[in-house]
Design a binder for this molecule. Structure first.
Ligand SMILES: [Zn+2]
Length: 68
């Protein structure tokens, strides 16, 4: 419950899975960089997320839908 303005947490970047500094000095949070954020936005625009958001009621094996 601390409100230390200098407090910073390290979270996992949703895009690359790397360490991301979740702090006011990271304008790309929760992403680690501008590149990761732009990639994520691009994914939304290309409807990739819409496909991934479909409930898998068959067998739950999402990997079978990925291209090789
Ligand atoms: Zn990243």
């Amino acid at each position: 419950m601390s409100r230390d303005p200098h407090a910073a947490r390290t979270v996992r970047c949703p895009q690359c899975g790397g360490d991301s500094r979740y702090a006011p000095d990271n304008p790309w949070r929760p992403f680690c960089s501008a590149r990761c954020r732009s990639v994520d936005l691009g994914a939304w625009a290309s409807e990739r997320y819409r496909v991934q958001a479909r409930p898998s009621i068959d067998d739950g094996d999402d990997l079978t839908s990925l291209p090789h």
